[in-house]
Ligand binder design. Sequence first.
Ligand code: FES
Ligand SMILES: [Fe+2]
Length: 449
Amino acid sequence: MTEKSARIAPYSGYYNRPQTAETSPFTATGPETPCGEYFRRFWHPFLMTSELGAEPKVVRILGEDLVLFRDRSGRLGLLHKNCIHRGASLEFGVIAECGIQCCYHGWHFDIDGTVLATPAESQDSKLSETFVQGAYAVREREGLIFAYLGPPELEPPFPIFDTTTFPDERQIVPFRIQYPCNWLQVVENACDPIHNVYLHAINSQQFAAAFAVSPVLDFIETPLGFLSMATRRVGNMVYTRSSDIIFPNVGQFIGGPTGPNAAKFNIAATLTRWVTPIDDGQCHYMGYFNLNRVTNPTGAIDPKTLGVGKLGLIGQTADRPYVERQREPGDYDALVSQGVIADRSNEHLGRTDRGIVMFRRLLARALREQQAGGTPALPRVYPHGNVPTYTHEISVTVDQDAAIGDDASLLAFGREAARVVIETDGLPHAEREAEAARRFQMPAPEFVS
Ligand code: FES
Ligand SMILES: [Fe+2]
């Protein structure tokens, strides 16, 4: 028996034991790792505003231990955890009108790390001019706190994704849950729309029943990354759901609970989320729900089910009995069970994994660009105004006996929608949706025969 035939024979566990795992170049995000340096070119949320009280708070971001606090004048400071004098933790610091004072010998730091005073030293001490406490830039928006951990001279504009700015009547609800696994498997889950047909069909609580219908998959590059697309024929509707994969760690989603419930073309996101590495073995899954008449037409998404440790969807946390998780597993169970750091060297990828392959290919390209000393091309920077994004869903009604439904016609339908969404990204949102709707008022002739 050859080695190959032994491996594909029945009962060949012996010959198929996992090999020693190789370390992925993408999973490490600590200081001075290639991916860690890439992550340090972007703003990342790491805490909800509601989680920061009057005391300093220890946080860990990209493997760095830090202390966050709000000084008495209301400004946020994010400093290296251990004091540069002799290492006491600033979590025990005394918050001042301006900055924070180390508890041990009173060194006083401003929010940018400047040493304001070293009170035990002599008047002519030059210590405060010679050193600074490590500090990072912090921003707060809509109930989330973000940090930028890269070189200050390369700080990018703070991204405000268009999806969080319309319509006028909206409720932006922040949330944060935590996954005890590496960031990459959580992001790759969004590049894998076929799992909706299997994992999410085990229960009917997260996705509309239409998602159990097998779709054609497509992955189309955008200026921010790519669209992870699934198009399906459900009865007399053709429906495409396209999620934004924004490099390196943002995802946007729409349409899960509703699916093809009516003819529609929405360029919007129910949910914008970041996967922020805490370190290589745990990450935050956090962001915003934008609840409005399009994303939450029946009010089924209850803001009270969103917040710290709450995502309002089944299977996103470990807070159910184990046996229930076994019977109705969710994303949390699938992802965390891949391992703290999923072993990619023993994978067997198929055609439905094209989104995973695309993500890794684009990530490798971004790391190469960065290591060559350049600014990574992804995502494109929008220095002024909001960042246009591409998340959308479209459903059209077709004749019951229309031929559309084979892979080629579904693929063409989804591609045309994606093309319209990408081509109109310079328009203000209302005009963009109007233009998209105009082009799809009737199914284009090439889609229906
Ligand atoms: S250890 Fe912080 S002031 Fe001495
Ligand atoms: Fe999922």
